[in-house]
Design a protein around this ligand. Structure first.
Ligand SMILES: [Fe+2]
Length: 243
């Protein structure tokens, strides 16, 4: 049986605020393998101040080669963490779009400290392009502190991605409370590490995964960390859904 699947981490070297060097990348990869992961879709921030897609693509190839050379059994997929701006929306449906795998899913992030009153309209625009948004770490975003907003996004067709570290308080008490509540309400479609650096990775990700298993149960854990992310990366529908 294949291992866990991480659709949100900053594993590629020198493309954003994640791994700073190939040594960082390899150390992070080894930690993920030890924690049970077999597949990762590194998600560099798609922002003007960070690496353009061509450089990300080159780093993805280099990292795959380095993993093979070091005999680290981790399969890498394509991905990016997109900002919900006008350029992103215009790019959807064109070759410029930075999709999760080959689509139709796309990973997006909202601002942490600013409201997004237009969120329902934005989600609608994404869906009309035949694309399904996966929202990164909603528990860390101000917009989802508004009561009912997370459930509303799910009803609008978004998939919510838990940042597992939130469960153990890595991002503060507010994010911890929201993460635990959204998990309890069954709002998450998947979990991910959002790993940025090798320091302490085995320890904090390990504890976060244990917390998730304790709260979601064995079956819930499998669904959030293995079955659903594998299906999204392959472009397949989730088991519980018809579309
Ligand atoms: Fe991220």
């Amino acid at each position: 049986m294949s291992g866990l699947v991480d659709l949100h981490c900053h594993l590629l070297p020198g493309v954003d605020d994640g791994a700073k060097s190939l040594e960082d990348t390899l150390e992070m990869a080894r930690a993920l393998v030890e924690l049970g992961f077999s597949t990762v879709a590194p998600s560099p921030h798609a922002r003007p101040e960070y690496a353009p897609p061509e450089l990300v693509e080159a780093r993805l190839s280099e990292t795959r080669a380095a993993l093979a050379r070091e005999a680290i059994p981790l399969t890498l997929g394509r991905n990016a963490e997109n900002v919900l701006d006008e350029a992103f929306l215009r790019g959807l449906g064109t070759p410029a779009a930075r999709m999760l795998g080959a689509g139709p899913y796309v990973l997006v992030e909202l601002p942490y400290t600013a409201p997004v009153p237009a969120l329902p309209d934005i989600l609608f625009r994404i869906r009309t392009k035949g694309v399904r948004p996966v929202i990164a770490h909603p528990e860390r975003c101000l917009e989802f502190e508004r009561k009912g907003r997370a459930a509303e996004a799910v009803r609008a067709g978004a998939l919510l991605q838990l940042d597992v570290g939130a469960l153990t308080g890595r991002y503060g008490g507010g994010a911890k409370k929201l993460a635990r509540a959204f998990l309890e309400e069954g709002l998450y479609a998947l979990g991910a590490t959002d790993l940025h650096a090798p320091v302490g990775a085995r320890d904090w990700v390990g504890r976060a995964l244990e917390e998730l298993r304790a709260r979601a149960g064995g079956q819930g854990f499998e669904r959030l960390m293995r079955a659903n992310p594998a299906r999204l990366l392959a472009g397949e529908a989730l088991e519980s859904e018809g579309d």
